[in-house]
Ligand binder design. Sequence first.
Ligand SMILES: Cc1cc2nc3c(=O)[nH]c(=O)nc-3n(C[C@H](O)[C@H](O)[C@H](O)COP(=O)(O)O)c2cc1C
Length: 185
Amino acid sequence: MLARETPRIAWGLTGSGHYLRESLEIIETLPDVDLFVTRAAAEILGMYGIPLKRLREKIRIFQDHTASSVPVGFLYGGHYHTLIIGPATSNTVAKCVAGISDTLVTNLYAQAGKCRIPSIVFACDCEPTVITEAPGQTVTLYPRPIDLENTERLKSFPYTSVAESIEALKSAIDQRMTCLNTSFS
Ligand SMILES: Cc1cc2nc3c(=O)[nH]c(=O)nc-3n(C[C@H](O)[C@H](O)[C@H](O)COP(=O)(O)O)c2cc1C
């Protein structure tokens, strides 16, 4: 159980290599963040040479070890004022849009909505062409129409801001922090 403390940011990390490093850089600039990683994210971090063990030295991390996403219960206790999901895989965005909550991060999104806690989702598949870093190589990918459609659909969800670039993500975080009367930059 978490001790009662000043409300924090819950940051959901999913299994995306695209914008992984950039997202982690932003996390390092923020105060009071806890990281929630999907099973895929835990694997991807290792593939990109970022061991979870090393991240744990700097930040509190919850992993996806339970069927019912037990750590999501912290949202009910007022421990978090904002959920940020970034980078969000096509898989996670699709599940959020469909109302499916079967991973730690999709559960966070669903429960944040039910608790009326604002979410910022950094959807990494938001352009027709994406040049990205895969382990050991740079690749060009073409997100499918369904991936782009899901990102669009998520924009209409309540308590949800969708960011489609690193700059937009930073700006959405800044706006939220200003709203909470806290400055992080
Ligand atoms: C090296 C590697 C990089 C990946 N990068 C991406 C990515 O940039 N975007 C994406 O949507 N999926 C990516 N995937 C696929 C996701 O990890 C996979 O769909 C996974 O099921 C997502 O689970 P999650 O959404 O619960 O984290 C990648 C997979 C691998 C092995």
